[in-house]
Design a protein around this ligand. Structure first.
Ligand code: NAP
Length: 249
């Protein structure tokens, strides 16, 4: 028996990096996994990589109509939702003097607005005992030049996690955040000045961790599985750091 046998899960941003690794793990543990992302080709490839227990629904989490389509697909599956991994997100680097209103709105639109309305629209589908995990970041706990808006979005998510854990406890629904440290994903490579040559950025970020290396997406997936499975049954409202000690040591 897998740890999520016969469960239904939704992973936003499930086509790449942390989301894809976690969706694969959920499916391997017996869940039927719905994944979302904006790019159709990446969505199709991810569904094929996960296998027969995966359904892809293309969409942008900052678009409320797209969210409605995703949840309509989950509802049509007929089993409600046991696991919600609200993971779609990202951001661009800009110091305060470089910041544009457009970049501010885009990052808050995806990371904060997208997360808030994903969880809101999931409410009618969440089963008794469901688990919600939100992807935060160590960035929220640090002051890193050029990470200001991104870090603020993740700090907002940490705050929402506390509130929603309180609001949903009466339905026996747990809500937690994970805070990955630097994790080797296409999204992290995209922050390098030349995304095809990310090693300099990777080396710099690895040096900020106590373990002296980047995380693997599968290591973040392990922590998400803990929070979503029965192993994490007494854990709610917390922020779990999976960061090689970056923000702790
Ligand atoms: N990698 C790290 O070091 C790190 C550290 C801390 C936190 N995180 C967080 O972890 C999460 C995943 O990051 P990652 O590194 O795995 O990035 P990634 O490889 O770029 O994957 C991001 C995923 O989110 C989707 N996505 C992005 N914007 C979206 C939107 N508006 N609507 C729907 N889907 C969207 C992407 O697909 P499309 O582009 O096709 O939409 C993709 O599936 C993010 O929330 C990120 O902030 C990452």
């Amino acid at each position: 028996m897998g740890q999520l046998q016969n469960k239904t899960a939704l992973v936003t941003g499930g086509t790449s990096g942390i989301g894809l690794a976690t969706a694969k793990r959920f499916a391997a543990e017996g869940a039927h996994v719905f994944i979302t992302g904006r790019r159709q080709a990446e969505l199709d490839a991810a569904v094929a990589a996960i296998g027969e227990n995966a359904t892809g629904v293309r969409g942008d989490v900052s678009d409320l109509d797209d969210l409605d389509r995703a949840f309509a697909a989950v509802a049509a599956h007929g089993h409600g939702l046991d696991v919600l991994f609200v993971n779609a997100g990202g951001g661009k680097l800009a110091t305060l003097d470089q910041l544009t209103p457009e970049a501010f709105d885009e990052t808050f639109g995806t990371n904060v607005r997208g997360t808030v309305f994903t969880v809101q629209k999931a409410l009618p589908l969440l089963n008794d005992g469901a688990s919600v995990v939100i992807t935060g970041s160590t960035a929220a706990s640090k002051g890193t030049p050029a990470f200001g808006v991104y870090a603020a979005t993740k700090a907002a998510l940490r705050s929402f996690t506390r509130t929603w854990a309180a609001e949903l406890a009466g339905r026996n629904i747990r809500v937690n955040a994970i805070a990955p440290g630097p994790t080797e994903t296409p999204g992290l490579s995209g922050l390098a000045p030349d995304p095809a040559q990310p090693q300099g950025l990777f080396d710099m970020l690895a040096g900020n961790t106590a373990l002296g290396r980047l995380g693997k997406p599968e290591e973040i997936a392990n922590a998400v599985l803990f929070l979503t499975s029965d192993q994490g049954s007494f854990v709610t409202g917390t922020e779990m750091f999976v960061d090689g000690g970056e923000a702790q040591v």
